[in-house]
Design a protein around this ligand. Sequence first.
Ligand code: ATP
Ligand code: MG
Length: 257
Amino acid sequence: MQNNTLLEERPIARTDKAVAVRTNALSKEFNGRLVLHSLDFRVDPGELVAVVGKSGCGKSTLLRLICGLDKPSSGWVEVDGERLNGLSRQARLMFQDAALLPWKSVKANVALAAPRKSLRDRVAEDALQQVGLRDRAQEWPAILSGGQRQRVALARALASDANLLLFDEPLGALDALTRLEMQSLIERLWLERRFSAILVTHDVEEAVALADRILLMEAGRVTFQTAVSLERPRDRASAEFTSLKETILERILGRHV
Ligand SMILES: Nc1ncnc2c1ncn2[C@@H]1O[C@H](COP(=O)(O)OP(=O)(O)OP(=O)(O)O)[C@@H](O)[C@H]1O
Ligand SMILES: [Mg+2]
C-alpha cells in the first residue's frame, strides 16, 4: 500500500498491485444455449489483453463474468488466486456509454468512485488532470462531447483505484480522430499505472496498437491468440503492424489457411 506521504503528493499513484485473472472451465448458458464454452483464459498482472471477435461471440458476457456482474453456469473466475464470489472489488468495467450521472458535476461523478471519502476531492481533481479535463470539473456531463464523456469515465476508473480495467468497446461510438486520441491516452495511463486490462474491441487496429496479447473468440471459444511484441508506441504504418493486423482480420473472417 502507499503510505500517506505519497498520497499527499499524488493521490493517484501507479497501482501497487496489478492483479492476475484466470478463468477455469468457465461456461455460461442463457436459456439452455451455451454462449461461453469451458473457457480457460488468463491475464497476467499488468498485462493488457485485447479480445476480438464477431458480434455475439460472447465478449461482453466474458467481461461481465470477470467483474462479477453475472454468475457462471459452471467453472469459475479467479482474481489473484481467489475465486470470485459476487462483484469484484478490484475490477472496473467501462463500456460505450460513459454512464455519468447527469445531475452531478463532472468532478462529483469522478469523486463518487474514489474509495476514501477524505481524499475524494483531490483524487477526482488528479484523475481529471490525467485525462486533460481538470478545467471542466465543475460542468455538467450533458455539455461535454462524447469523447470528453469517455475521458470522464476513464478518470472515474482511475479514481476508483481499480487494479483491473475491463473495457467493453469503450471507444466504439467515437469519431476516428477522437478514437486515436483516446487510444493514446489509455496507453499512456496504462504505461504509467500498469493496471491489468482486458480490452474488447471490434477494431483490430486498436487491438494491435494497444495489446500485449490478442485473443480471438468465436462462438464462445478462444480459437486463436497471438502475442504482440512490437515496441511502443507502435508504428501503425510499419510492415509488421500491418501484417499482424491482416492476419487477425483474416482469422476473424475465417479466410486463413
Ligand atoms: N442476458 C442475456 N439473456 C439471454 N441471452 C444473452 C444475454 N446476454 C447475452 N446473451 C446472448 O449471448 C451471446 C453472446 O452475447 P455477448 O453480448 O456476450 O456478445 P458480444 O460478443 O459482446 O457481441 P457484440 O460484439 O455485439 O457486443 C449472444 O447470442 C447473446 O444474445
Ligand atoms: Mg458486446
